[in-house]
Design a protein around this ligand. Structure first.
Ligand code: PA5
Length: 424
């Protein structure tokens, strides 16, 4: 496993004996997950998904991507929650690999957003991917209605059959009915994998393949993580170490976790992480509140609160090991700003010192913290990271005593909204 977890700044909050004490609970969580005897076991298909995905299927998607890129100026990806955020996270993280511009719709209800987006796409050749596991979610359903009309005014029905791709349940839901009736291309989302765990199902892989991402490397990375994160060995399994540390801190009333990064390209990975952890843990009156910050920008705003505010939080830094872009700081004869001390260094060197300085300062200020480091901004590293977090949240959910794989609370606002809209 190439991901590293540094726990030096947990000292004083978590000692070896705390991990030892938690071991029987971790063993139970591990057994329940692996033997599928725990809560929500019917949605644990993601556990061995990386190894179950067939290489021939990945080849098929790579070919589909090539075909679509040859006749499209852009991809419009419609979806929300687990049918959106992982795609956006992957594409932002892998921006250097992306071969086709991707726009998003159906992740909000803003008419201004959709109006301006469709205006921009008027003279472009567009392929649309609409993703909804249930096939009934309001935001993507309404966006697709509007986009479908936009596409119908642009293309013949034969062309639409190639340019609209539906990704949904194999049998159920309105989107499946529409796809079958209109004869659109379609893919099915595995029914044993929940939305926020679905980045390695067609819900994530199809749009990523169309965008030109190396989906084979992504899956290879996840396969590697699957191997390393499935062992019941707290000394080696860093997903279990992360879950255990979070659990112990939560029991010390550290109820907020801040995921802090030093790279813009991780800002949607932070969003993906928030959904994964927030939806999986936040139920039955329990759960750590996951939030995120982008440093060093936020050190000049939220940094004050972290350093000296209420001591109810811990922090997890997310770093990337090899990042330098050759942006070298020049030497200056006059040295008026006194920064010749870093002349000749890559700017990224300073960013790394900022991480070290911040981790120590926050620890000294009473915020225990850990650092997760991934090797590179590439698909292989991202696949490892996704699986690592999925495994960690599943174990943590079981340690918390909740079902980490459902999201009953998401329904409450929908019921109210349907009442207001007069929808049955
Ligand atoms: O994790 C989840 O299940 C949710 O966040 C869903 O992904 C989200 O509500 C979108 O659902 P659907 O894909 O059914 O449209």
């Amino acid at each position: 496993m190439e991901i590293k977890l540094d726990r030096q700044y947990l000292k004083g909050y978590i000692e070896d004996k705390d991990y030892t004490q938690l071991l029987p609970e971790i063993q139970e969580a591990h057994d329940n997950l692996e033997k599928k005897t725990g809560k929500g076991a019917e949605f644990t298909g993601w556990l061995d998904l990386p190894h179950r995905i067939k290489d021939s299927f990945l080849d098929e998607l790579v070919e589909l991507g090539e075909e679509i890129r040859a006749n499209s100026d852009c991809l419009l990806s419609i979806g929300i929650g687990g049918s959106y955020v992982g795609i956006h996270a992957s594409l932002e993280f892998l921006i250097a690999e992306q071969k086709l511009p991707v726009h998003y719709a159906g992740h909000n209800l803003s008419s201004g957003y959709l109006y301006h987006l469709l205006k921009r796409l008027e003279d472009k050749d567009v392929t649309v991917v609409v993703i909804s596991k249930s096939g009934t979610t309001t935001e993507p359903a309404l966006a697709f209605r509007i986009v479908k009309k936009f596409m119908e005014e642009k293309y013949t029905s034969a062309e639409l059959k190639k340019r609209i791709i539906c990704i949904t349940d194999a049998e159920r839901g309105a989107l499946r009915t529409i796809a079958d009736k209109e004869g659109y291309r379609s893919f099915s989302i595995n029914n044993d994998v929940g939305g926020r765990f679905s980045i390695m199902t067609p819900a994530g892989l199809v749009p990523l393949a169309i965008a030109g991402i190396d989906i084979k490397a992504l899956i290879q990375g996840a396969r590697k993580a699957q191997m390393y994160c499935s062992k019941m060995d707290l000394k080696k399994n860093i997903a279990y170490q992360y879950a255990a540390a979070r659990s112990i801190l939560y029991r010390q009333n550290k109820t907020i976790e801040v995921l802090s990064t030093f790279y813009q390209r991780l800002s949607y990975v932070e969003e993906w992480w928030k959904q994964l952890f927030g939806e999986s843990e936040g139920k039955d009156g329990k759960g750590i509140f996951p939030t995120s910050l982008s440093f060093t920008t936020d050190l000049h705003s939220m940094g004050q609160l972290i350093q000296e505010g209420a001591r109810n939080m811990f922090e997890t830094f997310l770093l990337v090991d090899r990042t330098g872009h050759g942006v070298v700081i020049p030497s200056d004869n006059e040295n008026l700003d006194n920064f010749n001390c870093v002349a000749g260094q890559d700017l990224d060197y300073v960013n790394r010192q900022a991480h070290k300085a911040t981790a120590k300062a926050h620890y000294d200020g009473g915020v225990p913290n850990m650092t997760i480091t991934i090797p590179h901004f590439d698909a292989h590293s991202l696949g490892q990271l996704y699986y690592f977090f999925e495994k960690a949240v599943a174990i943590k959910g079981y340690l918390l005593g909740v079902n980490p794989f459902d999201q009953p609370g998401v329904e409450a606002y929908k019921t109210n909204m349907f009442d207001l809209l007069g929808r049955e």
